[in-house]
Design a protein around this ligand. Structure first.
Ligand SMILES: Nc1ncnc2c1ncn2[C@@H]1O[C@H](COP(=O)(O)OP(=O)(O)OP(=O)(O)O)[C@@H](O)[C@H]1O
Ligand SMILES: [Mg+2]
Length: 337
């Protein structure tokens, strides 16, 4: 298989569609409860990702971002719902039937140290997916690996080094080269710069942007940090307790968050004083603990921490609903339309 076998999707077409995706983990019964309990890591997520765009996914630790990312590329089985990739329903495919789909969708992990085999040389790590997917003979694989190293800003001298001999930023470049090896259309990047020094983060984010232009890539970019996703995302999905509570264009989301949770997250992002007269954002401090995904609140999952919660919020679960301006919000009393 070569990268040329893959057709480039037309920019703007839906490349990935998730419909009501759930991922539940059964918990072992403990001494306090005789019932089997369920952790709802992802609880009814629907979204579309269009070819060539970057969809950012943000939310606090434990809200289900990584689990959703793994569902989207079928690295884990779904409990319910459907994922279509490039026009094909991949949600129920067996390992064998997923095999031809795999080269088209790749995951880049948060911690390059942990996701790269420490006993293998960098060149072999990048060659592995090529060998698995029978890219070509040994010489073709070597050429392709050298090309990928060049593309991500590593040199031929790096091919024989082991992961520990690289800096954090360089290790993430190896992870990116490996993800690119099979010529994917979609890359799900799960906090790809969170483990890096701030000074290195910008370089790796720029690399992501350059690669997207060069290879017409589509990204799902996961981060807990709204500052990071803002720079890379065309649209942003905000997650809370396993569901999407707001999905909007990046500028729109930052200008006028509609969900109280989005507003709270944004007000926690430090603002740089750019000397303009714009009044600083009102600060909303999130109070209370994030509820457990095992004991979700009734009604709106955010109501226990929401400064605007009213009676209806405890009674009725708000659904993610499109508004007139094209964004979607799951709130009975959105702050913007
Ligand atoms: N294999 C598993 N078995 C049981 N529970 C799991 C498993 N994987 C994740 N969880 C739980 O699912 C929830 C969502 O986890 P997930 O890792 O998706 O969150 P996250 O948003 O990526 O968090 P972080 O920002 O810390 O990476 C958490 O409560 C987590 O403990
Ligand atoms: Mg995670």
């Amino acid at each position: 298989m070569t990268t040329q076998d893959m057709t480039t999707p037309t920019r703007g077409d839906v490349l990935l569609r998730a419909t009501d995706v759930t991922k539940h983990y059964p918990l072992r019964a403990d001494g306090f409860s005789r019932h089997r309990r369920t952790l709802r890591a992802v609880d009814g997520v629907s979204l579309e990702v269009r070819a060539g765009e970057t969809l950012g996914i943000v939310g606090e630790s434990g809200c289900g971002k990584s689990t959703l990312g793994r569902c989207l590329v079928r690295l884990t089985e779904l409990t319910g719902g459907r994922v279509e990739f490039d026009g094909q329903d991949i949600s129920g495919l067996s390992t064998r039937r997923l095999r031809p789909v795999r080269p088209g969708m790749q995951l880049v992990f948060q911690d390059p140290q942990a996701s790269l085999n420490p006993r293998r040389r960098a060149g072999d790590i990048v060659a592995e997916p090529l060998l698995v997917h029978r890219y070509g003979d040994a010489a073709a694989v070597r050429r392709r690996v050298a090309e990928l190293f060049d593309v991500v800003g590593l040199s031929a001298a790096h091919l024989d080094r082991y992961p520990h001999e690289f800096s954090g930023g360089q290790r993430q470049r190896i992870g990116i080269a490996r993800a690119l090896a099979t010529g994917p259309k979609l890359i799900v990047a799960d906090e790809p710069v969170s483990a890096l020094d701030v000074s290195i983060q910008a370089q790796v984010l720029n690399l992501f942007a350059d690669l997207q232009d060069e290879f017409a890539l589509t990204y799902v970019f996961i981060a807990h940090d709204l500052g990071v996703v803002r720079h890379v995302s065309d649209r942003i999905a905000v997650m809370y307790l396993g569901e999407i509570v707001e999905l909007a264009g990046t500028e729109e989301l930052y200008e006028a968050p509609a969900h109280p949770y989005t507003q709270a997250l944004l007000s926690a992002v430090p603002e740089i004083d750019d000397g303009s007269d714009a009044s600083p954002r009102e600060r909303i401090v999130l109070t209370g603990e994030v509820p457990s995904p095992v004991d979700r609140p009734t009604g709106c999952p955010f109501r226990t921490r929401c400064p605007y919660a009213r009676e209806q919020c405890a009674l009725e679960r708000p659904r993610l609903t499109p508004t007139a301006s094209g964004r979607s919000v799951a709130c009975h009393f959105p702050l913007a339309g």
